[in-house]
Structure formats: C-alpha cells, structure tokens
Ligand binder design. Structure first.
Ligand code: GLC
Length: 534
C-alpha cells in the first residue's frame, strides 16, 4: 500500500502571534516585525510549523489593526515592507510557514474605498459598502446590532443614508454582492500569495454576506443582561447566509492557483453549520476554526461528547482542527486554572487535527487585570460594565525577568503581568517541570509519532472526572491518552478494549516509565500518554 502523504497544514502545528504584544525591537513599547524575526529561533526550538500573525497593515487602530486602511501595506508601527519580506524569507529558511490575517468583511472608515464611497451617492464606489435609506421615521433600516454594542447602522449626514457596520462604526462592512469588491479582495490575496505567503486566516468569514432583503433579526428570548448587547438578537439574517459559500469557494480557487497554500476561516457557529464551510467537495476553507473548546464547561463528559459530535459531523475528507485560545477570548489558564491548563495542552496536542497555540499559552500566561483607566479594547470600552474587554489576554509576552520582561526596553502599550519575573520563557526553558517543557515535549512527541500526528481517534472512556482515547496509525505505535480533568484522584477502568503499555509522557514526570493496563489511577490534575504494546 502506498504511504499516504499529508499537506503541511494537516501535519503541522500553528502558533498565533498578536504582533503588538510579541516582541518590540525599536523601544516604542509595541511589538513589531523585526521583533518577531528576533524570536523565530524560539519558535523553531518550540517546534511549531506555521505562524499566523494578526493584522500588520496600515490602520487607524480603532480595533487594533482589524480596521484596515491599506490591504497591501505594512503599518509603520510594525515596520516596513522590506522588514516583512525579510521575515517571510527567514520563516521559510527555517522550514516554517507564514499565515497572514485577511479581513475581507470590512475596511477602516479611513480606507480610500470608503472615503470615496461616502463622498456622494453617485460615486462609483458607493455600492462597495452597504448603504440604506432610513425608515420613514428616521430610524435605521432594520434592527441589526453591532457586535461591539449599539446599532449596526451609522447615519451619514452628508449623503443622508445609513451604512452598516457589524463591528465599530470605524469598520464599515463591504458589500460582497458587488463583483468589483470581490475582484479587489481577490487581488489583495494574490498580492500576498505572489510574495510567497502560505495562507490566510480569514476574519469573520461567516459575516461576509447579508440577507438580500435586510430583514429584522429575531429576538433571543434567553438573553441575559450580563451578555454583550449583540446577544439580544439571533443574527440569522446578518450572518451565515447561503451565498457566503460561493464567496468562500471563489477565495479557495484563488488559493488553488498556487501550490500548498491554505485558508483558515474564523467562524463562530454551531458544529452542523461550521462544517458547511469546508465546502460541498472540500472546496471551501481548508480549516474552519473549531472553537468548541473555547467555552465548553471543563467537564470530561461534555468534552468527550463535543469531540465525538465534531468527529461524527466532519464531512469525508475534511481535516479537523482545535483551538484553546485566541486574542478575542480569555486565556485557557484563566478559564480552567493553571494546573488544568496543562491537561488542556495535552488534549490540544493529542487530539486528531491541526492544533493552534495562542502565544504565551505555552508558558501558562494568565489574563492580566487591566484597570478601567487603562482599558484599550473597544469591546471593553463600549460595554464597560460587562467584563468583556479583550485586553487581559493580549498582554506582552513574558520572555525573561529583565525590565519589561524582555518584551521591550520601554513601557509596553498594555500592562505586563506583575508576576513576569516568575513566569517567563527564560526561566521555564531549563525547568523540566515547567509549562514550557511540557508543551515542547508534547509537540516533539506529536510530531515524531504518526499515530498522534495523523492517526485515527477512538474514544475509550469518559466519566465525571476523566476521559481517555486512543490514537492509531497503520504500522506505527499506538497511544492511549488519559486525562484527569478534576483536582481529585480518579480511578478508571477501560472496558471493551484490552490495553497495556508504558507511560511516555505525563504532566507528572514521575509517572513516566510506569506500566499501565485497563485499570488506571491518576492523581488530581494528572494526564498521561501511554505507548501501547504491540
Ligand atoms: C474578529 C477578530 C477580532 C476583531 C473582529 C472584527 O473577530 O478576531 O479581534 O475585533 O473580527 O474585525
């Protein structure tokens, strides 16, 4: 039988860099491209294969770069185009891949396209955005809400119409039904692909097309006041429209004009809808981000159920993926605690499918409390009483114990974790019991073992405390993974399947080398990976 080969984005591990917070090279307190360059050796040492960088384009920074004013430039804060070219070259020289953030749903209100569009009703770019007349009483055309609070419609006095913005009013939505918009964005993709960029993480992919009739969204009867105001309605007409798939497939065709490129879709939808973004013949997104683990209660029966739901729903030929955190979400440590975040790492790096690691999670960075007068994230500023600011999970990377944690020689744009002298890369690098050591060993094991990298997944156990599964690949070593998701000792008995083997990696290194069979005890917060006897 011929050996199956897998593309890099199936075998590889991805790492997300939030560029403002990774490494500053020019003492302005804000991370930049040269800073990332300085840390490539670290990423190579860690063992990740692909780097996704959040937006680095010219932007007024109303939403920290997700409001783009020029899709084919580099914001001076992050460096220059030669800096970018050098970064790409160096990433490739290390055998790694570089993925850029593509934000096609909306531009900045300072983008020349929007400046033209709002200049008059008969400007040729008027229809590039979503303009509508007011209702007879002057109110917005429908009830659609902005994700960041308030109405999704902004009145433009000069031209007497409303424009739609799913996010800030500084982020007007493009009209993707307009073929000129489509072409312009495909040209943006080609610009970066021609440079050699390996793919895109596509921002809010499920928002890209809206209902043709602009009907009112229905009311969410279970809305609770602590939630973002956006949750008051079900966004059934403003997002996830059937026509979006045609756009996604067109984007895919652009990528398929090049070799070995890929597209990740940022999509927050229930699984049965998420999987439609793979496309009917796997001709959509290569990896629609699977965000299941981001907010599921940390209970093994629920998690085992969610994994099974996902595995069961995946279309034939579709490749899975897993995520524990990103720049929009609380960090995993702050959801499940420091000890359990090691179990989460073991889960992320032993599940079937491409893992994406959020910068700093590998050293157990936690959400940093940001005093109200230092909040910068517009989501936090717009809804101050709801603890929705995303700043806490965007704080500077903690490299070492020097001033400003080795991130910068100047005061960082966002405050550092006060405990950075205890929690940093330099300290953890040489500590075999550290978070970083665990991440690195998990990565090394996964990347060296076909069963863990690309093998099948079979659940074998779940109860209120623990879960276990087996990974197998033809003519390769098989592995049993057992995770105690509670703080108390657990005792499990794997039935229907004979297992025996040796622990090769554990959150408690003392367990490594122990022989294991169907009856397993683990201490609180312990996880093991067992190489099964053949
Ligand atoms: C995505 C980004 C988020 C941004 C939003 C609007 O959800 O991840 O950071 O605020 O899109 O562009």
């Amino acid at each position: 039988m011929e050996k199956q080969t897998y593309p890099w984005w199936q075998t590889g591990i991805l790492y997300q860099i939030y560029p403002r917070s990774f490494q500053d090279s020019n003492a302005d307190g804000i991370g930049d491209l040269k800073g990332i360059l300085q840390r490539l050796d670290y990423l190579q040492w860690l063992g990740v294969d692909g780097i996704w960088i959040s937006p680095i384009y010219p932007s007024p920074m109303a939403d920290f770069g997700y409001d783009i004013a020029d899709y084919t430039g580099i914001h001076p804060i992050f460096g220059s185009m030669p800096d970018f070219d050098e970064l790409l070259r160096q990433v490739h020289a290390r055998g790694m891949k570089l993925i850029l953030d593509l934000v096609p749903n909306h531009t900045s209100d300072q983008h020349p396209w929007f400046l033209e569009s709002r200049s008059s009703r008969d400007n040729p770019k008027r229809d590039w955005y979503i303009w509508k007349d007011a209702c007879d009483d002057g109110t917005p055309p429908n009830n659609w809400l902005s994700v960041f609070g308030g109405s999704g419609w902004e009145w433009d006095e000069a031209t007497g119409q409303y424009y739609y913005h799913a996010f800030l009013k500084e982020q007007p939505d493009l009209n993707w039904r307009n073929p000129e918009v489509q072409k312009a964005m495909f040209d943006v993709m080609k610009f970066w692909l021609d440079k050699g960029v390996d793919g895109f993480r596509v921002d809010v992919m499920w928002h890209m097309i809206k209902d043709g009739q602009f009907r009112d969204n229905p009311i969410n009867p279970s809305y609770q006041s602590h939630q973002a105001t956006y949750e008051k309605l079900f966004p059934v007409y403003s997002t996830d429209q059937p026509e979006v798939h045609d756009i996604v497939q067109q984007m895919r065709r652009v990528l398929d004009g090049y070799s070995d490129r890929m597209m990740i879709g940022e999509i927050y939808l229930p699984i049965h809808k998420l999987i439609t973004y793979y496309g009917p013949q796997n001709n959509g997104a290569h990896l629609p981000f699977n965000f299941m683990l981001l907010n599921i209660p940390w209970e093994p029966l629920l998690i085992a159920g969610a994994i099974a739901e996902y595995e069961g729903a995946l279309p034939a030929g579709a490749w899975p993926n897993w995520v524990l955190g990103n720049h929009d979400q609380p960090r995993i440590t702050s959801r499940v605690g420091l000890q359990q975040s090691k179990i989460a790492a073991m889960l992320l790096l032993t599940l079937r499918g491409t893992p994406t690691i959020y910068y700093g999670d590998e050293i157990g960075m936690v959400d940093v409390p940001i005093p109200p007068n230092e909040v910068q994230d517009p989501q936090g500023l717009n809804m101050p009483d709801k603890n929705l600011s995303r700043d806490p999970s965007r704080t500077p990377m903690q490299w070492d114990r020097s001033d400003w944690a080795g991130f910068s020689t100047a005061r960082p744009w966002l405050r550092l974790n006060a405990a950075f002298k205890r929690t940093n890369v330099e300290k953890q690098k040489d500590d075999p019991y550290s978070h970083l050591a665990l991440y690195r060993r998990l990565i090394e094991l996964r990347q060296g073992e076909p069963a863990l990298m690309t093998g099948t997944f079979s659940p074998v156990y779940a109860d209120h405390q623990a879960m276990a599964f087996i990974r197998e690949a033809p003519s390769a070593k098989s592995f049993l993974v057992v995770l105690n998701m509670s703080h108390r000792p657990c005792y499990l008995h794997i039935q229907h399947r004979h297992v025996s083997g040796t622990v090769v990696l554990s959150t408690s290194m003392e367990l490594e080398g122990t022989v294991v069979s169907e009856r397993i005890n683990l201490g609180g917060d312990e996880g093991i990976i067992v190489a099964l006897d053949t």
